[in-house]
Design a protein around this ligand. Sequence first.
Ligand code: ADP
Length: 431
Amino acid sequence: MFVMLIVSLVLMLFVDRKILSSTAEDTVVSFVWENADKIVNNGNRLDLSGVDTQSKGAYLSVYNEKNKLLKGSLPEDFDNDEVPFHGGVLSSTRQGGEDYYVYDLQWNLTSKPLMLRGVIPASINHYKLITLAITAILWSAVIIFIGVFGADYIAKRTYMPIEALTEKAAQISGGDKLSERILLENSSEEMKKLEQTFNGMFERLETSFDAEKQFVSDASHELRTPTTVILAECARAKKKAVTKEDYEFSLGIIEEQGKKMAHMISQLLSITRLEQGTEQVKMKVADYSAFVTACCEEFIPADRRGISFSTLIEPNIKISFDPGLMSRVIQNLLENAYKYGRENGKILVALKKHGDKAMLYVIDDGIGIAEEDQQHIFKRFWQVDPSRGEDYGAGLGLSMVKQICEFHGGDISVISAPGDGSSFIVSLPAQ
Ligand code: ADP
């Protein structure tokens, strides 16, 4: 910036010097012509009252045909007699160490011509040049001042909020202050957007960390129960079992708890893999109707409890799905339908196409779910009655089902009333 300023200053002086050197001559010529036009012929008398005799450093004197001065003045040290009158000519002369430009004009307003002489000291150019140089230097100083301090001010104004934001973001992410948020005062529109983006990110991070914490705590809690039962049963068998039957009884309990743990671990693994995108998913468009029919036929309930099972499946419904994942959905819903179904009751699996959706219904007439519990059943480790310890469930099945449905671009909902049974509805985009 500094170099540019110097170059422009030099250029300015150079150009202006050229302009100024001609300015003195131009000034005196135009001054003479301007004032010649102001002389008025009143018939018997010439009126010179409008004539200016000094302006912009130039002097004007008006003479009659006998060389008598009618009006005007000359520079103090200028000897008029030294420069003979040449009408219409611009000449220069040096007197007493000073250069002058002289412009003479013969003005034929009446039969007796007037002589107009304009004189201007050439030094007027130098004064103007000095004035101009000073002005230029002053302006340069102002430009430098504005440039340096203005740029500094703008930079500070721009970077200060960024610095504050960076500092606060580092504080929040570095420590365990994830619940805090950035709040900048008097920030610009852009900074507000950045602030909102950061806060949104912290919000999501906090939610995800909290969920992670909750998940780890729930998982360890759920795994601790069967582990404790296994260890207690081992200790009891070692101390008290005598007969083969005693040992078989203990092994039965241990096997049961082992299965429960294996089931839970496989569900946890599935959930985590889907979440982290490491699950081997093979999506393909296939006959969903045939697939649901096959899943229902292959399903063997842990305890049939006299429940009758029927299907109502609309044929040839096509969707894009991963067979491994979707079989888990159907299996979990059927397991629950039998588990929570009424003894000697009924289960119906129906499949229908509604518009662009394939709707799968798993309906039982079992214990049902209270309205206040319905909003929780898709959460991890959530069970309406956790004391029901006779099965492998740990409240992970429905959350996994929901996750798989969402992975397929669909969702799951429930319609239920205590004592009247439940209808689980899986809605997926049809082809
Ligand atoms: P669980 O392993 O306990 O069955 P789920 O995630 O599959 O876990 O289900 C969560 C809870 O939702 C269950 O504990 C149960 O209380 C309730 N539930 C699920 N399916 C049904 C159903 N068909 N009828 C009544 N309650 C159900």
